[in-house]
Design a protein around this ligand. Structure first.
Ligand code: ADP
Ligand code: MG
Ligand code: ZN
Ligand code: ZN
Ligand code: ZN
Length: 279
């Protein structure tokens, strides 16, 4: 194999081709120990799969709202190379020509340097809502459409997921990561157009250690309040009708005090007809 052309915080990227095919490809290998390389590659495949699923729904939404931009995440494959009777594991994907940019990372970094940046932040926000606050696709990076065609082409996403930490790999920071995004994210025009509201003013940024502990022990099926990330059944909750989504009553009261608050469910952006507080 030739020298790597790219290097991230975790992996080395090598240019590759398949015999008799002209398409330029990228093979990626973990920088550190090759132990668990297969598991890590499979987790990476899972991240891409999920990002593709969400970007398909997001693109449809963009069209509905009259937006011209679209997102495309690369599909990746597992590459196994036999060397001296040992197997080496890589992921394989298309090479994206153009300027490769990181638009956000998995912990609070937001890149505002590009006019197109709101769409990438909006996408992370969208995945959080679309999943019912159980998943969030972050670490959005790739090449902007103006350089290459109709789509912003993206790769190497990370996923935060509720429940056992790290099920989507090293970058999966669970609820801690989702909370960090909500703290750092200020909704732009695009988010507002789609009916999203930033939770920045409501999400406390001060109980990380507690949250790490909790993130490790919480089950994926446990419904959480998307303001405080505590179990919904731990305090009095309010249920929105007709959609049935809920929040802690205490957290909803805080939210109602915000100027930008409207009578709609933040999760599904439906208008709320009734807020019911179970006895
Ligand atoms: N598909 C691709 N096309 C072109 N360049 C790429 C591609 N994937 C990665 N790179 C380059 O390789 C670097 C490392 O790859 P990346 O997947 O970001 O690794 P890491 O997991 O360490 O973040 C990137 O910063 C970028 O410069
Ligand atoms: Mg990267
Ligand atoms: Zn937003
Ligand atoms: Zn709450
Ligand atoms: Zn709802």
């Amino acid at each position: 194999m030739n020298e790597p052309f790219g290097s991230g915080s975790m992996r080395l990227a090598y240019l590759a081709t398949i015999e008799k095919q002209s398409q330029l490809l990228v093979a990626k290998q973990w920088k550190t120990s090759q132990k668990n390389a297969l598991t890590k590659c499979l987790q990476q495949l899972k991240c891409h799969q999920l990002a593709i699923k969400y970007s398909d729904i997001f693109n449809e939404k963009l069209i509905k709202f009259g937006e011209k931009q679209k997102l495309k995440f690369l599909a990746i494959k597992l590459l196994v190379i036999e060397k001296d009777k040992r197997e080496e594991f890589y992921t394989l994907e298309e090479y994206i020509p153009g300027e490769y940019v990181k638009f956000n990372n998995n912990y609070k970094f937001v890149n505002n340097d590009y006019a197109e940046y709101p769409i990438f932040q909006c996408f992370s926000h969208f995945t959080f809502l679309e999943s019912g606050c159980k998943e969030m696709v972050v670490d959005i990076q790739g090449v902007i459409a103006t350089e290459i065609g109709d789509y912003h082409v993206l790769t190497d996403p990370a996923v935060h997921s509720q429940g056992t930490m790290k099920q989507f790999g090293m970058g999966d920071l669970g609820n801690l990561g989702m909370k960090a995004f909500n703290c750092a994210h200020e909704c732009d025009e695009l988010c507002k157009k789609l009916g999203y509201m930033s939770l920045q003013d409501l999400v406390a940024d001060d109980e990380d250690e507690q949250l790490i502990k909790k993130t490790k022990s919480i089950s994926r099926d446990e419904p959480l309040c998307y303001i405080c990330f505590d179990e919904l059944n731990s305090k009095q909750k309010s249920v929105f009708a007709p959609c049935g989504h809920s929040l802690h009553t205490e957290c909803l009261e805080k939210m109602k005090k915000l100027k930008k608050f409207k009578d709609y469910c933040h999760l599904c952006t439906q208008k709320v007809e009734l807020i019911y507080i179970p006895k």
